[in-house]
Write a protein that binds this ligand. Structure first.
Ligand SMILES: Cc1cc2nc3c(=O)[nH]c(=O)nc-3n(C[C@H](O)[C@H](O)[C@H](O)COP(=O)(O)OP(=O)(O)OC[C@H]3O[C@@H](n4cnc5c(N)ncnc54)[C@H](O)[C@@H]3O)c2cc1C
Length: 448
């Protein structure tokens, strides 16, 4: 039995930093390699001094995120929480209607689907809510038994009419995650239904990355260090990393947590022996698909848009624009006085996103401005283009059967190389943290 003292965490996102915290707690020395200039990965916001608060894309979390709330209490971050209203507006053929997850009244008044579907939706939600503990949206070990090969669309059409599904359940899923319900496991939708009733929504005043940063405190954090190669060295692993200046350095570790997206993880570990990364794990990593995301933001006059709103498209088609999210912000006028505005984030649909990724920002703004009125006809013509965030690997797709495969891989994980990331479950920061904690546990639970 050997004491394993030194672990490299590759990727300083929510998963990697959560893993770092657990490893540090068990007395291991941790080095976090992060390719970008800051921690937080996809949960990291961008910051611009001319808006207040200065955060751009600000990720939501809900009252049912358990690890997140434990950390908030542990780090005394309660004063960083900002309540957000859950103001979902579903637009069907140009007609908007409110649909709030915490209001029965809004469900019963919802005009886009027949009353029979609203009652069936309520009954199905109540049924899943009773299974809340098992239908845990963050945990593939619990979700695996529900992942029976059925797609979300098949499930939705079983409990609702076609119209009921396309204008009630589908927009609630597709506008938040951008996938098509035809491509994802019914287990994801059922878990969402089980958790969301009555949930409260929050953002962090200065961005969610604060949790990643606090989790990694105590580790040796190497920002702008991209890991380029992993190689076995006896029973340890040699990690090669390139810094911002292009210098490549090598260091030996007892163990490694690979906490990047799945394609990067597959590439970095492709040459390791199958005794270290099994064929099953390798195939799992290589088979993960991601939906890309393009977030195109504008500053608009406060009164021109509903506030703290998720404006989403109804219907089965992939629309030109899927979602608009509005966050209140202040900017300074010429005299330095604060003026209320909205930062409106526009998410083009799946096909439009693929078409626009990688184009120059002016073209992305021009095309999005042209498309956005198809979802929200009153989107102000004088909206001021502000910032674009591109994520080619945004949302890992929970294909039918994926939770069962994740659960199998989690049970197989053992050192010196383990994996963590939201592709084990869903693109949710809480799920990413849980996967990081599990990866750390796989290294520390057994002395090897
Ligand atoms: C548009 C969008 C909106 C979202 N909204 C929400 C939301 O509202 N609420 C919510 O809870 N979740 C949301 N999510 C999901 C959430 O952001 C992710 O699930 C979570 O951040 C994933 O964390 P991760 O650690 O698994 O991966 P990542 O965040 O991708 O972290 C991986 C890290 O590895 C680094 N890396 C990659 N390659 C290397 C290398 N070779 N060497 C070193 N470092 C490397 C990357 O730079 C990155 O920092 C959203 C995601 C997107 C894309």
């Amino acid at each position: 039995m050997t004491q394993r003292n030194k672990t490299a965490v590759i990727g300083g996102g929510m998963a990697g930093c959560a893993a770092a915290k657990e490893l540090l707690k068990s007395g291991v020395d941790v080095v976090v390699y992060e390719a970008s200039p800051g921690l937080g990965g996809r949960a990291r916001s961008w910051h611009r001094a001319e808006i207040e608060p200065d955060v751009g894309v600000n990720l939501w979390f809900t009252s049912f995120y358990r690890i997140m709330f434990d950390r908030i209490r542990e780090y005394g971050l309660e004063d960083q929480l900002v309540d957000m209203s859950n103001n979902v507006i579903v637009v069907d053929d140009g007609t908007p209607a409110e649909l709030l997850s915490d209001s029965l009244r809004s469900l019963f008044r919802y005009p886009h689907v027949p009353l029979r579907d609203r009652i069936r939706f309520l009954t199905a939600t109540a049924k899943e809510t009773l299974r809340r503990r098992q239908l845990d949206i963050f945990d593939p070990l619990k979700l695996a038994p529900f992942d029976d090969g059925t797609t979300a669309a098949q499930y939705g059409r079983k409990i609702l009419s076609r119209r009921g599904f396309d204008s009630l359940l589908r927009p609630e899923i597709e506008s938040f995650w951008l996938w098509s319900c035809e491509e994802i496991s019914a287990a994801h939708v059922r878990a969402m239904q089980a958790q969301v009733a009555g949930a409260k929504f929050y953002v962090f005043l200065n961005g969610m990355e604060v949790i990643a940063e606090r989790n990694a405190e105590g580790a040796d954090i190497r920002l702008e260090h991209e890991v380029t190669n992993l190689q076995m060295d006896g029973d340890g692993v040699l990690v090669s990393a390139r810094d911002a200046g292009g210098t490549v350095s090598e260091e030996r570790f007892d163990d490694v947590v690979v906490a990047t997206t799945a394609p990067v993880a597959a590439k970095l570990t492709a040459a390791l022996p199958t005794g270290t990364v099994s064929q099953d794990i390798r195939e799992f990593l290589e088979s993960q698909r991601y939906e890309p995301a393009l977030s195109v933001s504008y500053l608009v006059d406060y009164s021109s848009m509903p506030s703290e709103a998720h404006i989403v498209a109804a219907g089965a088609d992939d629309p030109p624009v899927k979602t608009i999210i509005t966050f209140p912000r202040q900017v300074r006028d010429e005299e330095g006085r604060p003026v209320d505005k909205h930062l409106a984030f526009v998410y083009p649909g799946r096909a439009a996103t693929r078409r626009l990724l990688g184009l120059p920002a002016e073209e992305q703004f021009a095309e999005t401005s042209r498309l956005v009125t198809r979802l929200w006809p009153d989107f102000p013509a004088d909206a001021e283009p502000f910032q674009i965030a591109e994520r080619p690997h945004a949302m890992p797709v929970p294909e039918p059967g994926r939770y069962r495969r994740s659960a199998r891989v989690i049970r197989q994980q053992r050192g010196p190389v383990v994996f963590a990331g939201d592709y084990f479950t869903s693109p949710i920061s809480e799920a990413a943290m849980l996967s990081g904690m599990r990866a750390a546990e796989a290294l520390t639970a057994v002395s090897r």
